[in-house]
Design a protein around this ligand. Structure first.
Ligand code: PLP
Length: 383
């Protein structure tokens, strides 16, 4: 199998798994209890909080564990809305559905939403952002890097604008945390969402960074866990896992990034040379080093995926949440691609275990698949 869908999920690092395993059995204590095994579990959770904080360059008290990126996004946005007097939120058209659908639910409840347009590379329109800020705006939420096309947003600039007007700024950094350096202080964000399974940690665990002094209401009402802001017995093994994954990422991401970028560039150039009439999506430079999103004109992304699967190659036609639906990706439509081109999208997202041989194999089989599908395509034959 050749796995090139790391933006959907990554395999759990063996070192992470080993660290987690004792917390399912031998070290099973509930961190809230008052005896030795509980203290062991509590210590492990505290350590993981330090490890995640070190990855983001913040203090451990600013890290709150969640069940993943989706919960962190929901919490940041709804928690902020519940505490604010304002009624206006600014976001972008290309956010992940965890943000978009949270915003839409608030819209149904009477909040006013602005969905910022993006340019053809997927970069948000900063001038438009400046114009849309108003007295009632209490939150700007713009993702760090897009999961489909990999474009990285100018967060520092956006944070500067938000700060100037005393508006909270949240970013969904699920696709960047653990892949590229993410410093919450450098970026100037008030809240940031991350998810363990995107950087070789376990699924079902994430975190929300909440800068000291930022007022958001609790998301889960329950016990006093997470300083009373997120009730529920901690997912100790998962938290230990995300901590270890953060520690590994801190130490290894730079080296890994260099290696993966070389492979991605080789893949991109090889495909460009061998398949005519394709569109490469995302920003040419300000893009995640592991992501290649392209549209092969006159064919359907789903058809490409089925043929790749037959060859043992795992890829995606967009985000995992929209695959299976016949609607083209909202991200590709937002960057201005017409429906018929957006339908032919393919996302190959690489990771640390990919090899040059695997890249060569994809470059070898993809042109044949494209040619075969094009032969069957009425649009190609009408040309
Ligand atoms: N935000 C982005 C940008 C993502 O790519 C994802 C996952 O695909 C999420 C949020 C949701 O994260 P999780 O799967 O941990 O709920």
């Amino acid at each position: 199998m050749i796995y090139m869908d790391h933006n959907a999920t990554t395999p759990c690092d063996r070192r992470v798994l080993e660290e987690m395993l004792p917390y399912f059995s031998d070290k099973f204590g509930n961190p809230s209890s008052l005896y030795q095994p509980a203290r062991t579990a509590k210590k492990a959770v505290d350590r993981a909080r330090e490890q995640v904080a070190a990855l983001l360059g913040c203090s451990a008290e600013e890290i709150f564990f969640t069940s993943g990126g989706t919960e962190a996004d929901n919490w940041a946005i709804k928690g902020c809305a519940a505490k604010s007097k304002g009624r206006h939120i600014i976001t972008s058209k290309i956010e992940h559905h965890a943000v978009l659908n949270t915003c839409k639910s608030l819209e149904k409840n009477g909040y006013e939403l602005t969905y910022l347009p993006v340019d053809r590379y997927g970069v948000v329109d900063i001038e438009e952002l400046q114009k849309t800020i108003k007295k009632e705006t209490f939150l700007i939420t713009v993702m760090h890097a897009n999961n489909e096309i990999g474009t990285i947003q100018p967060l520092k600039e956006i944070a500067g604008m938000a700060k100037e007007k005393s508006i909270y700024f949240h970013t969904d950094a699920v696709q960047t945390t653990g892949k590229i350096p993410v410093s919450v202080k450098d970026l100037g964000v008030d809240m940031l969402s991350l998810s363990g399974h995107k950087f070789y940690g376990p699924k079902g665990v994430g975190a929300l960074y909440v800068s000291k002094g930022v007022k958001i209401s609790p998301f889960m009402h329950g016990g006093e866990q997470e300083k009373g802001r997120r009730g529920g017995t901690e997912n100790v093994a998962g938290i230990v896992g995300i901590g270890k994954a953060a520690e590994i990422a801190t130490a290894e991401m730079e080296e890994e990034g260099r290696k993966v970028k070389l492979l991605r560039d080789k893949l991109e150039n090889g495909i460009k040379e061998r398949i005519p009439e394709i569109v490469i999506n995302g920003h040419p430079q300000q893009r995640l080093y592991n992501t290649l999103n392209l549209c092969i004109k006159h064919i359907e992304g789903e058809g490409i995926l089925l043929h790749l699967d037959f060859e043992g190659i795992c890829a995606s036609s967009g985000s995992a949440c929209t695959s299976g639906s016949l609607e083209p990706s909202h991200v590709l439509l937002a960057v201005g691609l017409p429906h018929e081109i957006a339908h032919g999208s393919l996302r190959l997202s690489l990771g640390k275990h990919n090899t040059e041989e695997e890249v060569d194999r994809v470059i070898e089989v993809l042109p044949g698949i494209a040619a075969k599908l094009r032969q069957m395509s009425p649009f190609w034959n009408q040309k």
